[in-house]
Write a protein that binds this ligand. Structure first.
Ligand code: ES4
Ligand code: ZN
Length: 319
């Protein structure tokens, strides 16, 4: 049986499967530089985060209308339900769309149409997390938060993603302060490719409640102690770490050591259309590659509900 689980690290744009990309390209008259889905899939060999991001942003050109975003989210929720997901906190990248002339309202309302039906159709409760692109300016992030104001009833939290190295969390201090003042919760990617210091900064300067990835905390024993003591959840994405070459092979992933250290680890799919699996596939893969026992898989699933932005009544209902 599939363990019931919450997915806390999932970029909705990273769920765009090649088949849907071609359907949307045809519908919207967008030319893709690939003839077939097979040819597109051969481009999914990445050297690092940046080589992935180049393709990820390029393929978004096919997403134009509310209906496109609705179909994207609905396809993800259908797959997630089949893999035991009961609650999903879903990232989206408004700047990647507004920069190509798609208004934030189109994105949020389109996703919202699918999310509004999700509990009934898929048995999955949902929240949206709006991410700022850290390789763009702090001023652009502030403009994005401002543009999101009419849609805050649909948005639970802010996050920080895209190219990490050279773009430390402190660059976004002001926008995180403004987001908090608006009642939004806070997470950030840190320690995926960036150093442990970025994890500290995300906690101390931005005041985040969870760290997305956090993989590189293992280089800093004092930081690990702190994350354990404060029960800061880490939203790990093992298949992503292999595909983006943060680890060579899944067998080398530090997940087991992280659990043994007492870190509040969760396992997530990140960009499942690109990285070879949805979250149930990821649980299966870490079971096989790392020999995690049933009890450790249960811990990962339990942690996902503890780390979720659910109140305790909602948490009991979804488990
Ligand atoms: C991402 Cl794996 C990853 N890291 C940082 N930013 C991202 N955006 C989409 N996937
Ligand atoms: Zn991510």
């Amino acid at each position: 049986m599939q363990l019931p689980k919450a997915e806390l690290h999932l970029h909705i744009e990273g769920t765009l499967e090649p088949e849907l990309a071609f359907v949307l390209a045809a519908r919207n008259g967008v030319e893709l530089p690939y003839a077939t889905t097979e040819e597109l899939r051969t481009a999914y060999l990445f050297d690092d985060l940046q080589t992935f991001l180049d393709l990820y942003y390029a393929l978004m050109a096919v997403l134009r209308t509310e209906q496109d975003f609705e179909e994207l989210a609905d396809a993800y929720l259908t797959r997630a339900a089949a893999q035991g997901v009961r609650h999903a906190e879903i990232f989206f990248d408004p700047q990647a769309h507004t920069a190509r002339g798609v208004p934030i309202g189109t994105v949020v309302e389109g996703l919202g149409r699918a999310l509004d039906r999700s509990e009934e159709e898929h048995g999955i409760s949902t929240q949206l997390i709006m991410c700022f692109l850290r390789d763009r300016s702090a001023a652009s992030a502030l403009e994005t938060l401002d543009a999101a104001k009419p849609y805050l009833h649909r948005i639970s939290a802010v996050g920080l993603d895209s190219a990490e190295v050279g773009h430390p969390p402190a660059k976004f201090r002001e926008v995180y302060e403004a987001a908090e003042a608006l009642g939004l919760r806070k997470v950030a990617h840190a320690g995926e490719e960036g150093p442990p210091e970025y994890i500290r900064e995300a906690l101390d300067v931005l005041g985040v409640e969870r760290i997305d990835h956090g993989l590189r905390c293992m280089e800093d024993p004092e930081l690990v102690k702190r994350l354990v003591a404060e029960r800061v959840p880490l939203t790990l994405c093992p298949l992503s770490n292999v595909r983006l070459r943060a680890v060579d092979v899944l067998e080398d992933h530090p997940l087991r050591a992280m659990l043994d250290a007492g870190l509040v680890c969760t396992v997530n799919s990140d960009d499942p259309a690109y990285f070879g699996g949805y979250v149930g596939d990821t649980f299966h893969a870490v079971h096989e590659a790392l020999g995690l026992e049933r009890e450790q898989l249960r811990t990962l699933a339990r942690n996902s509900f503890e780390a979720a932005f659910l109140d305790h009544d909602e948490e009991r209902r979804s488990r």
